[in-house]
Unconditional design. Sequence first.
Length: 233
Amino acid sequence: MLSPMERKKIGFPLLASSAAELKKYVDVYSLFVENGYTRELCDAYSDAFIDNAKKPAPFDIIQLASLYDKIMDHKTAAFYLDKLAEKKLGGEERFDYCTGMLRTISKIGNWRDAEDFRTRNIGFLQKQTPKMSQKKQADLYIALSLADCAAKSYTPALKLLKFGYKPQGKNDVTLLEIFVTAVYIFARAGDSEGLNGAVSNAEGCLKLFKNMDFSWEEAYYKSRIENAENGII
């Protein structure tokens, strides 16, 4: 059986409602352990919890969109998030939906849609943010910075990344994501000097990672930095 920390690694809920559901999570998780974020993992998660489910849980839809985001299939991520557009979500679920949608729209490059979405939801996000964990707050600030980047407001985008995140122990992937986002923004801005510094920071952060949980992690995060350096995220 998966430990709580193992299941959090990919975002699995800590409690499954049945033994059958738990087995599905274990089967999908085994793909994650072996190969990391892949289309096979996305397809397996979709088959198990979305496409063949009578009433997919908002958590699973948000999680699937996040998995597609990890393989840079942002249009498919947006497709699944759109399923929640008319749902009455509250609290953490709505926060995660808003963060995911803002991040996804921005990565696609729809800056006007991103600005409109932010405007519609900013009141809720401002009220909810202090209640969220540092990781979820970081996810939001990254999404907001990507929205500014999509609108070519690069200086405000970079300022958003300096919101005061405090590293959370060893192998802090969230901290690395902040550095990777900075690399991407400098690349999109065409700022070669800033880009060199951002790449150095991201690579330095990754070098501090020790005893990674999975064999594929180092190569995956190296590719994230390289893609960001080329304006791809």
